[in-house]
Write a protein that binds this ligand. Structure first.
Ligand code: NIG
Ligand code: FE
Length: 428
């Protein structure tokens, strides 16, 4: 199927013989409301790649005339599409948390497990005991599996270190994963994932941990340029809105753009805070209020929904995606890959859940997983579309209709994926 595994800088490669091409082409910004209905699906259109860029999108015959003698990838009458953007993961961790999965099934809530010292704290104990090489080795096959599902951009958060030393270590491992390529990795500092147990047990420990984040961790992250974004778990029982505002102000002062774990389990006004702070995205939002929806719809903040998390938690709750789209918000979807609430490595399943649980159309799900995922990472100008000048992040799926991706749930349809003009699946 593949004649060349990847293109050198000068070599042109054509992706041809697709049954359908999902271009997602349009404005280089988040699509909101009714704009999400158009995924730019076309027939008999191919893509030309040179170096790490798309240099043309046109009929196969036109591409062959313009680039005579170019190498070809035969899409074999499949679906040719932009690589998916997984804009919210916690992919660097050690072991799974099997015991909590069962405990929740008996009725113990997620936040109660954390209160007892499990949950995120269990992953913190585990991560601190592991070497950098071990953490790197744990993450690599996860990224390979995401790539095998057609993902070419992955945001990865720290947040299981919860000490300056272990947060920096995690972010350096994420930096190594980025340098190893070919996936486009976006690093986020989630030092404010929880109050670590050793602080929780101290008098004034919460304030001391927040002080440590703002006065030690964020400056150190900025000095080493380890993270593009900072994120905070803003939720009743974790960080309050005033605490989160302080953390976000400090992170912004240190040059990081902002994301927020917002209104995941209870409405605490976090979505409105994300908007107030100009966050690039507000994520989760399963418990968002009507005021929160209105605030997001009137803002440039992308609403990133994580339907696999709510499914895995088993509470029957999902974000009110239709109300958000109808209000005019921009929706992205992502895996939330993490050991507690979403041990999910198959990104196309997120599209299935977007349709079946969030009630998006297939076109809306595709836009949410490409253009809007890129916008949630500040990358909408370069990523998420099959369009001249955009990054050559491309996937070929063994299906003759783009709606097959959300439909055949749990199936592996991706045959080929390239990130930045280099093959990432099948891996070399
Ligand atoms: O996005 N909600 C907070 N953080 C993660 C879960 C982290 C964990 O339980 O390990 C999430 O769901
Ligand atoms: Fe998360």
């Amino acid at each position: 199927m593949i004649e060349r595994q990847s293109a050198g800088d000068d070599v042109v490669t054509l992706f041809v013989n697709a049954a359908q091409t999902v271009t997602c082409a349009g404005p280089a910004r988040a699509r909101r409301g009714a704009e999400m209905q158009d995924a730019g699906v076309q027939s008999d259109v191919g893509v030309a790649v040179q170096g790490d860029r798309i240099v043309d999108v046109a009929a196969d015959a036109a591409l062959r005339r313009r680039f005579p003698g170019a190498a070809e990838v035969d899409c074999d009458r499949g679906v040719l599409a932009p690589g998916f953007v997984d804009s919210h993961t916690h992919a660097v961790f050690g072991r799974g948390r099997y015991e909590e999965h069962e405990l929740r099934a008996t009725g113990v809530p997620y936040l109660e497990i954390a209160r007892r010292g499990g949950g995120i704290h269990a992953s913190v104990r585990d991560l601190r005991a592991r070497s950098d090489d071990d953490l790197f080795a744990c993450a690599v096959p996860r990224l390979q599996t995401l790539a095998a599902g057609g993902v070419t951009t992955v945001e990865i958060k720290s947040g299981y270190g919860l000490s300056v030393h272990d947060e920096l270590r995690t972010l350096r491992v994420i930096g190594r994963l980025a340098a190893a390529g070919p996936l486009n990795i976006v690093p986020t500092c989630l030092g404010a994932h929880e109050v670590p147990l050793e602080y929780r047990e101290q008098r004034d420990g919460r304030a001391a941990w927040i002080h440590c984040l703002t006065n030690e961790l964020y400056p150190a992250v900025a000095a080493e340029r380890l993270a593009r974004f900072a994120d905070v778990f803003c939720e009743p029982g974790v960080f309050t809105v005033p605490e989160t505002r302080r953390l976000m102000e400090s992170a912004r002062h240190h040059g990081m753009a902002l994301k927020l774990h917002a209104d995941e389990l209870h409405d605490g006004g976090a979505a409105a805070l994300a908007v107030e702070m100009g966050a690039t995205s507000a994520d989760h939002l399963a418990a968002i209020s009507l005021e929160g929806i209105a605030a997001l719809a009137a803002s440039g903040t992308v609403a990133t929904l994580l339907p696999a998390t709510m499914l895995f938690l088993g509470t029957g709750q999902q974000a009110p995606a239709r109300a958000m789209i109808e209000a005019g918000a921009a929706i992205a979807v992502a895996s939330d890959l993490n050991p507690g609430t979403s041990p999910l490595l198959s990104f196309p399943l997120v599209l299935t859940l977007a349709v079946s649980q969030l009630r998006l159309s297939a076109s809306e799900a595709w836009i949410a997983a490409t253009v809007n995922g890129a916008a949630a990472l500040g990358l909408a100008g370069s990523t998420g579309q099959l369009r001249q000048g955009f990054r050559a992040d491309i996937a070929v799926h063994a299906a003759d209709d783009f709606r097959a991706l959300p439909y055949w749930f749990g199936e592996r349809l991706c045959r080929v994926a390239w990130a930045g003009g280099r093959a990432c699946h099948p891996s070399l």
